[in-house]
Write a protein that binds this ligand. Structure first.
Ligand code: FE
Length: 338
């Protein structure tokens, strides 16, 4: 039989553990996040949030469509409190499928510009990317680039590269063009793009940028952060960004963003996390992890991103990207944009 004396150190350990850990366990709040934004781009922020607040953040990542389907299938039983995804087209779809709750937050309204959030408060942009024109600096003068529509002109024949129309990014760009210019004019432009293609549409933005750098084409339409990533790896490539539509509506910007789920088990904790992600404290890192622009106007972009110069952005509400998405898809199909 063990003597009390021999057990004493173990008892102490046990007492210490119970006293030390019990309050922490009791205070543990949790937020379950379903995210189509990649884990390595947000996990560092969630770690920081947990350290600061003690709130545990559980992360599950998948593609946007799969997460929305999962939320629909789980219904009221879902463990998810917050949905994060990229592109307003996807956020709009999530809201349309009724998996997001309307939240009324003064803080979010102040932190996120009105055109980067749902008018009904179901989703909020958290980082901003411009979908702009990239050009080969050895083959194109920056002054030659004026608008997205201009890329349909005969002078760009055999010089344009595009990503596939199957990706939501170009669906949103075309949807926003329909919202601004109407369907007839947009169809003329997109038909002109297809006619000007130097190569079949690429499966991703990086391939389109590499084709421009290699001289396979002279211009392409891509998201700024893909350019940033390549610029980091290969700073000497003969490519640069241009900012179109300075006098006609501005550059198309899109967001990554999120919303509290309709059946959140921890809606208050989820809202506080969402507010924190949009706050001055978190916005710099949130944007910089993916070389994006903060949505919060109080927070400057990273040095590398600032160096690309300033531009006027399209201030039309991004919910239009969702509203006109189906028409954009049909339009691109009609003109043979694959
Ligand atoms: Fe992307």
């Amino acid at each position: 039989m063990y003597s009390l004396k021999r057990l004493f150190p173990y008892c102490l350990t046990l007492i210490f553990s119970v006293c030390y850990l019990a309050p922490a366990l009791a205070a543990t709040e949790e937020v379950v996040v379903y995210s189509a934004r990649k884990a390595h781009l947000i996990a560092p922020l969630f770690d920081r949030y947990t350290q600061k607040t003690g709130v545990k953040v559980t992360l599950l990542t998948d593609k946007a469509g799969a997460l929305v389907q999962r939320l629909l299938a789980e219904g009221k039983r879902t463990p998810a409190d917050l949905l994060l995804t990229v592109d307003a087209g996807n956020l709009w779809q999530a809201a349309e499928q009724d998996v997001l709750a309307t939240v009324d937050s003064k803080q979010l309204q102040q932190q996120v510009p009105i055109w980067l959030r749902d008018p009904d408060g179901r989703w909020y942009g958290l980082s901003k990317r411009a979908r702009t024109i990239i050009y080969n600096t050895e083959r194109v003068q920056p002054a030659e680039i004026s608008t997205y529509a201009d890329l349909a002109q005969p002078k760009w024949y055999g010089r344009l590269c595009l990503r596939t129309s199957k990706k939501v990014y170009n669906q949103s760009l075309v949807a926003m063009m329909i919202a601004r210019y109407g369907e007839t004019r947009t169809e003329d432009v997109v038909r002109g793009w297809v006619n000007n293609l130097a190569a079949a549409p690429f499966s991703n933005d990086t391939k389109a940028i590499q084709a421009v750098a290699a001289g396979q084409c002279d211009v392409a339409i891509v998201n700024t952060y893909y350019f940033g990533r390549l610029q980091r790896k290969q700073p000497d490539l003969p490519i640069a960004l241009a900012w179109p539509n300075a006098a006609s509506g501005g550059v198309h910007v899109n967001v990554s963003g999120g919303g509290v789920t309709r059946y959140a088990k921890h809606p208050q904790a989820a809202l506080r996390l969402l507010e924190w992600l949009a706050s001055e404290e978190a916005q710099g890192e949130f944007a910089e992890l993916n070389l994006e622009y903060p949505v919060n106007p109080e927070v400057p972009a990273a040095k590398q991103v600032q160096a690309w110069g300033s531009f006027s952005e399209d201030p039309m509400n991004l919910s239009q990207a969702g509203r006109f998405q189906a028409r954009a898809v049909r339009l691109m199909d009609r003109v043979g944009y694959r």
